[in-house]
Design a binder for this molecule. Structure first.
Ligand code: ATP
Length: 448
C-alpha cells in the first residue's frame, strides 16, 4: 500500500512539471530546498483557489471585509505576538547522516539514506530535541545591526489585528464581523515537505472573525462547519476529509478550542486548514504593548470590550495540492488508460478548450472566433488545433479542463458546436449563440 501511495505523489509531481503547474525553484542552479515556482497552469490553479476562497469569505458576505497588510512590520509586532520568543519547532539531528528532523513528526518521516526506515532506525543516534525558531530575519535600511533587524511575517493574521481599529473606524462594521486576507507568509521550515505541502514561503488565506465573547462558541461551530463544507462544495471527496478537534494539551494557553480540517494525502492525514478560538489574546496583548486602546465600544450597551476571535486559517498552496491530489484519476478504458483531473469547474485552470475538428475549411477561423467570444465572457479558455481530436481531448483531461468545444462541419452549416464533457466524456450539440449560457449552467450544475 505504502509503495502504491508513494507512486501517486511521484506521478503528481511529474505531471506538475510536464504540464507546467509547478517547477522546482532555481532549478538550473540545482534548486533550493522546499521552494517551488508555479508555471502557467499552476498560477491559474492557485488564482482560482484564491478567487473561490475570496468569493465565499468576502464577496458574497455582508459581514466580512478584506485587507492587504505589509509583510514586514515593526519587529515589536512579533515580540508581542510571541513569535520571536516562541515560534519554534522541536528538532532532532541524526549523528550518522546529519539529517535534521522535526521531533514531533518522526513517525511520518523517513531516513534520507534508508528511506524504508524512520530517522534514527538506521543505526544512527538522534540528538535530544532542541528548539528551532522558524522566523526569517532580515535587515531594513542600509545599516546592519540590532536596530535594523526585521522579520518576514510567519502568518498574515497579525496584520489583521494591527488594523482592527482602522477597519472598525473606516468601514461602519461591528461585531460579529470578519477581516480576511490572502498573502505570502514565510517560515524557515526544516523538515522536507512533501512537495508544496510544506514550503518556506507560501500563501495563506486567513480570516479573523471578531465576536462578542458570549457568542464565541456559536461562531466557532459555524466556522468549523462552513470551512469543512467549502472543500466539499468545491469538489473534494468528503470521505478523504475529516475534522480533528485538538486535545486539551494541544491548545495554546489562551485558546478555548481548535480544530483542523485534515485531508488523507498519499503520505497520510495532514492539516489542510485550522479553525482556532484565539479569544481576546492578540488584541489585548497588542493593546498593552502599544498603548493603543483596541477595545470595541458598543454604542447600544455602552460597553467597551475586546472581541473574541475565531480564525479559519488555510494554506493556498496546500489547498491547490489537495485539489490536484483529490482530482487525479487513472481511468481504465477499453483500450488504454486515461489520466484525468476531475477539478470542479471553478477550480480548473482552464474552463473551456476550443478546437477546430480539422485545420481547414474555415474551421480554425470559426473556432478562434468562438474562443474569443468565450474569453470575453470571462471563461478561462485555451485554443488548440494540433494533433487528432481524440489526443486533444486527452491533453485537456490531463490538465483538468471540464469542457471542450469542437467546431466541425455542422458549425459552418448550422451554427452548432459539440461540447464534450471531461468526466462523462459525453458530447452535446449546442447552438453557438447559446454556448455561453450553456457553459454557465454546466459550471453551476457540475457534480463530483
Ligand atoms: P503545520 O502543523 O503543518 O506546520 P501549522 O499548524 O503550523 O501547520 P498554521 O500556523 O495553523 O499551521 O497555518 C495555517 C495554515 O497555513 C495551515 O493549515 C497550512 O495549510 C498552511 N501552512 C502552514 N505552514 C505551511 C508551510 N510551511 N507550507 C505551506 N503551507 C503552510
Amino acid at each position: 500500500m505504502a509503495a502504491a501511495k508513494a507512486t501517486l505523489m511521484d506521478k503528481i509531481v511529474s505531471l506538475c512539471k510536464r504540464k507546467g503547474f509547478v517547477f522546482q525553484a532555481s532549478e538550473i542552479y540545482g534548486g533550493i530546498g522546499n521552494t517551488y515556482d508555479y508555471g502557467p497552469l499552476g498560477v491559474e490553479l492557485k488564482r482560482k483557489v484564491k478567487e473561490a476562497w475570496w468569493n465565499s469569505m468576502v464577496t458574497t458576505r455582508a459581514d466580512v471585509v478584506g485587507l492587504d497588510s505589509a509583510i514586514i512590520q515593526n519587529p515589536k509586532v512579533w515580540e508581542t505576538s510571541g513569535h520571536v520568543g516562541g515560534f519554534s519547532d522541536p528538532m532532532v539531528d541524526c549523528k550518522t547522516c546529519k539529517g535534521r528532523f522535526r521531533a514531533d513528526h518522526i513517525d511520518e518521516l523517513s531516513c534520507p539514506e534508508k528511506p524504508s526506515k524512520k530517522p534514527g532506525e538506521c543505526h544512527g543516534e538522534l540528538t535530544e530535541a532542541r528548539s528551532f525558531n522558524l522566523m526569517f530575519k532580515t535587515n531594513v535600511g542600509a545599516l546592519e545591526g540590532a536596530s535594523s533587524v526585521a522579520y518576514l511575517r510567519p502568518e498574515t493574521a497579525q496584520g489583521i489585528f494591527l488594523n482592527f481599529k482602522n477597519v472598525l473606524e473606516s468601514s461602519r462594521i461591528k461585531p460579529p464581523f470578519g477581516i480576511a486576507q490572502i498573502g505570502k507568509s514565510f517560515r524557515n521550515e526544516i523538515t522536507p515537505g512533501n512537495f508544496v505541502f510544506r514550503t518556506r514561503e507560501f500563501e495563506q488565506g486567513e480570516m479573523e472573525f471578531f465576536v462578542p465573547p458570549a457568542e464565541n462558541d456559536k461562531w466557532y461551530e459555524y466556522w468549523k462547519n462552513e470551512r469543512f463544507d467549502w472543500y466539499v462544495r468545491h469538489g473534494i471527496n468528503p470521505e478523504k476529509l475529516r475534522m480533528r478537534d485538538h486535545a486539551e494539551d494541544e491548545l495554546a494557553h489562551y485558546s478555548t478550542g481548535c480544530a483542523d480540517v485534515e485531508y488523507e494525502y498519499p503520505f497520510g492525514w495532514g492539516e489542510l486548514e485550522g479553525i482556532a478560538c484565539r479569544t481576546d489574546f492578540d488584541l489585548s496583548r497588542h493593546a498593552e504593548a502599544s498603548g493603543s486602546d483596541l477595545r470595541y465600544f458598543d454604542p447600544e450597551s455602552k460597553e467597551r470590550y475586546f472581541p473574541y476571535v475565531i480564525e479559519p486559517a488555510g494554506g493556498i498552496d496546500r489547498m491547490a495540492l489537495t485539489f490536484m491530489v483529490d482530482a487525479y484519476e487513472e481511468q481504465q478504458l477499453e483500450k488504454d488508460i486515461r489520466v484525468v483531473l476531475h477539478f470542479h469547474p471553478l477550480i480548473a485552470p482552464t474552463t473551456v478548450a476550443v478546437f477546430p475538428l480539422v485545420k481547414k475549411e474555415g474551421m480554425p477561423e470559426k473556432a478562434r472566433e468562438i474562443e474569443e467570444q468565450l474569453r470575453l465572457a470571462r471563461f478561462s479558455t485555451f485554443y488548440d488545433e494540433k494533433a487528432a481530436i481524440g489526443r486533444r481531448y486527452r491533453r485537456q483531461d490531463e490538465v483538468g479542463t471540464p469542457f471542450c468545444v469542437t467546431v466541425d462541419g455542422d458549425t459552418l452549416s448550422e451554427n452548432v458546436v459539440t461540447v464534450r464533457h471531461r468526466d462523462s466524456m459525453e458530447q452535446d450539440k449546442v447552438k453557438s449563440d447559446e454556448l455561453v449560457a450553456y457553459l454557465h449552467q454546466a459550471v453551476q450544475e457540475w457534480k463530483r
